[in-house]
Design a protein. Sequence first.
Length: 255
Amino acid sequence: MTDEETKEAIANGISIKQQQIFREIKNELYIRKLRTEPQRRYMTINEYYNFVDDRAAQSSSNLTFEGESERILSGLMLHFCGDNRAKDVLSEFTQEQYSAQKGILLIGGTGCGKTTLLRLFQLNPLFSFNVVSAKEISNQYSVNGFEIFSKYCCLSSTKGTMGTKYNPFNQEEFGIAFDDIGAEIIGQNFGQKVEVVSEIFELLYNQKGSIPFSAINGTSNLSLSELEKRYGSRFFDRLIEMCNIITINGESYRR
């Protein structure tokens, strides 16, 4: 075979594998829909404030939130509690019009508190989520190849190892948050290079009828222009449609 024929064969094989993974994901989502959903637990904004405050007190973080970051903290609390007043607060910081149906992507420089903020709201009445490092996902692709897409391109069950202690809102499924998007290397498996985060977002986007965008969150040290340059305009358009992009300005909040 010529080099071009070899490349074409590899590309066709990857496309078939992606389609197979996508079918498996849709089948798993359908099976989950057949289950009886437990009664979810909701909180008032005051109850959730106390819940988050307790989580912050237990955190080992030395971050101090004040001024702009404190307003963002308040807005995120309203958002993850499903309170419509989030729009009044977060519209000041979002790049596009705020939507309660979108997830949250926090961008800003190192030390501004993005990951700490996101982890504070990991358990929430709207849609709790697991946090996974973009670097870790890319590394997993290098070892396991396209198999990792079936893990990160669907909602994860809260049953099994996730007990009531870790699921206080009785949610059947958790969403996902991608931490430090853009810090990962390009994934490589058997010579095939892939922008893993971009591929995962594309697969999640294609399931928008089954997976709510509010279940998808993340953080990044990259600016908007840097994100578009790294992943391309298609990914960037998907990102804007899926997430409320909030910029945290200013110097480090580490103390």
